[in-house]
Design a protein around this ligand. Sequence first.
Ligand SMILES: *[C@@H]1O[C@H](CO)[C@@H](O)[C@H](O)[C@H]1NC(C)=O
Length: 435
Amino acid sequence: MRILFLFAISLSLFQDYTQGQVPAGCDGVRNTEPLLYLTPQPLKTVQNGQSWLIQQDTNVIYLAKVKGTPYQMGYALGQLYGKEIAKNIKNLANYGYFMFKDKLNVLDYLTEWQSWLIFHFVIEPLVLFSLDVDYLVTWIYTPERYAEEMRGIVAGSGGKISYRHLQRFNLFAELSRAHCTILGAWGDATADGKLYHLRTLDWNPTAKVNEFPAIIIYEPSEAGSQQFANIGYLGLIGSLTAMSRIGISVGEKVMYRKDGIDYNPTPEWTYFGKPWLYVLRDTIQFATNLQDVENMLLSTQRTAMIHLGFASVPDNTFRGVDYSSTDLIFYDDSNYTRYSSTYHPQYDGIFYYDRHVQPSGSTCIKSILDSAHGSITPETLYRDVTGYHASGDASVVVMDPAGGQLWLSYSLYGAELHAYKRSPIYMNLNQFWDL
Ligand SMILES: *[C@@H]1O[C@H](CO)[C@@H](O)[C@H](O)[C@H]1NC(C)=O
């Protein structure tokens, strides 16, 4: 009896998880891999750019800084990383074959040789055709600077990269979908009152674009541009994740409609518009505050159904966004329309979307925030949220947009090891902004 009583007390006292215990509703474990402080090793210097390798064993990031017009920046990228970009494009094509063969179990029905023939003569041409059609229906909405940058990359690579392949590679995300987590924490929610932005990418961890994780720092000469870091993979010139020097950052996750949820208007997906990777990059390259971001997104011909997170140092706040071709809704830390006291309460200084379809019934992030609210640090984000919530299959990026700092990891190339289980790498961008 007494023991039961003590047990009940201790349960109520320790409802907050402590290290080692998995927070209620979570199915992952805390990421305890050591944080890596690595010195970028200079690789190459060309007229409008410079490259560095950040590496320890299999933890690797390809870094570059490029300057000038879109063509000049592209040319520099082609000179610096032409070979790697060509390989990355090839990797994505091979990944297509792997998905076809292994995920669809075609070897149960066909021989390896037959499946190779079908892939190369039927499936691959269909995918390439879809990407080419996507190009046709998006190009009038796509700013010329993207084509110029790609022409530059092709020319700078000295023949290693085909323009068409590069263009297809950059539209691939327009036709694919990834679950992810978005979390912004600021003000009263964080230990030091600073603004932090977590973006995980839950794309297949074995998707073979991860041989060349990249941070490209752009210093465009185009009027109205900010310096910014594009955080993704070599060859991808649109943005999955990006942060500008003045402290605006972005990340996204796919949005699906959920049965039983009221939408007004109903969000829709279209292929006719400006590819979302380019939309995101343009907000980071040109916006000087959240009002700019809002105006830009409103006036864009939008295609995809995605959720976005924007941190803004000029506004010292964060917004979640429901983005679709038919609607655009911004949320702060008090007016999300899908709150639930059981799985997604309101917290001052927090906005998040977890890795599931929204609104999600998972209580994992709630359990973490119930105990961490008020004392959130970058470590809470890259160790607890990503580890316990098992989010960040392909990459994890924690951004400090005011301080120009990043903590990031990528899945391991050629093996199945999720980014959220790997050592985070610390990066301070301040040493590169001024170069
Ligand atoms: C939430 O508040 C922000 C301003 O803080 C506003 O821009 C946005 O439109 C509001 N969203 C909703 C759904 O009320």
